[in-house]
Design a binder for this molecule. Sequence first.
Ligand SMILES: CC(=O)SCCNC(=O)CCNC(=O)[C@H](O)C(C)(C)COP(=O)(O)OP(=O)(O)OC[C@H]1O[C@@H](n2cnc3c(N)ncnc32)[C@H](O)[C@@H]1OP(=O)(O)O
Ligand SMILES: O=C(O)CCC(=O)C(=O)O
Ligand SMILES: [Zn+2]
Length: 466
Amino acid sequence: MVQVPLTNGAANGTNGVHKVEKRGTSRPANGNSLNQRLNPYAPRASDFLSNISNFNIIESTLREGEQFANAFFDTKTKIAIAKALDAFGVEYIELTSPAASEQSRADCEAICKLGLKAKILTHIRCHMDDARIAVETGVDGVDVVIGTSSFLREFSHGKDMTYITKTAIEVIEFVKSKGIEVRFSSEDSFRSDLVDLLSIYQTVDKIGVNRVGIADTVGCANPRQVYDLVRTLRGVVNCDIEIHLHNDTGMAIANAYTALEAGATHIDTSVLGIGERVGITPLGGLVACLYAANPEYVKSKYNLAMLREIENLVAEAVEVNVPFMNPITGYCAFTHKAGIHAKAILNNPSTYEILKPEDFGLTRYVSIGHRLTGWNAVKSRVEQLGLKLTDDEVKDATAKIKELADVRTQSMDDVDSLLRVYHSGIQSGELAVGQKEALDRLLKKHRHSSLSQDETETPTPVAAAA
Ligand SMILES: CC(=O)SCCNC(=O)CCNC(=O)[C@H](O)C(C)(C)COP(=O)(O)OP(=O)(O)OC[C@H]1O[C@@H](n2cnc3c(N)ncnc32)[C@H](O)[C@@H]1OP(=O)(O)O
Ligand SMILES: O=C(O)CCC(=O)C(=O)O
Ligand SMILES: [Zn+2]
């Protein structure tokens, strides 16, 4: 595909300096008036419940992400991912339970010792044995989870709500006694009884849990259900509300956004969304969605130019490619193709872009070597090449590009050669607008001379004699 770079990427340097002061609370940033102009339906400050401009990310690549089928992170890779996420600016990094294995425990301790600005959490079952191990690792907080749906109560741990509540209180009070954060989450919340849920959340809120978590463990929830549950919970507890959303039906980003609108304060993500089955809310997709709502706030919190590097790091570690349709970093995320789009983009990129590539250290492209191209896009390339053609001449050359592209997509070199031949034909007087045969003759001559040049090229010596 011919891709004409229209702007240069403004790759920001990464903020590799680790300060001791921990993240974890974010200040609301208003000021989305520009965004309101770009998108009249953008969220408004008057929505008093909404945390679209006041949220924290709990980045779980090193916990949920380790549950992805392909994932095996050795210590070095875990440290590289943790450092990259910290430099990006996530508020929390969640790690696999130290009860999982001896190496998991050692890695958890090693990451705690890095002195990152992000708060380090580990994720455990609602059990005193796990809690005792977790608090010895040096983490800033412990995320406690237990299934509350009838499925999990019957087929996973086999405990009733009375037992769950009693154990939750014991674990929470123990973790709190160590002076670190504690969160309590109900696994499979959306298939749990609402009265059970609200009752246990209220109990743990009263004993001073820092956050309660809602989990769409099987990815069954839709945005309206998410809104209703978070909104209801917001009216019942005073503590922060975290949400963890699986992507089995493709709803994870929309559900995360809706949860913030309903008053959730913390969103779980993983890089590229990796996790159990198809994973959870992806970091990049969530950032894209929240940037579209309030770019200044998102830019103030995160080093957006690092996103591509982090995704590549994780993609390589788990041996997958970054998907072509990935928000922000998909290979064609900022490529514009159809002539109608290209013209408008060239006049003002906001016509067809809600995300600015330069804010992510990326570059915009207009693709022109295809049959959907238009003369405005071709004119832009003519100007980039420093050629002088009238509008009628550009339109004439565009017609030839389309004719050729009806047979096969033209490379950048193909298009550039055609434009150069066209231009020199006009300059020399061998060509005028509409003279199709003359243009074909010139193109044929050019092809012939490039071929014979190739044939007469001296081969490069493979190795010099000693
Ligand atoms: C939805 C989620 O993703 S939750 C997070 C999932 N994360 C993990 O599973 C971490 C990795 N897991 C592991 O390394 C292991 O499963 C361990 C160390 C946690 C437990 O291993 P094992 O003792 O061999 O038990 P196993 O994995 O077979 O079964 C889980 C046990 O925990 C119990 N359990 C399951 N969930 C919970 C919970 N949330 N709280 C308390 N106990 C639980 C089960 O009843 C079962 O107990 P049992 O030994 O009495 O049968
Ligand atoms: O701890 C949580 O909130 C979520 C646990 C989990 O991974 C899930 O329920 O899918
Ligand atoms: Zn999960």
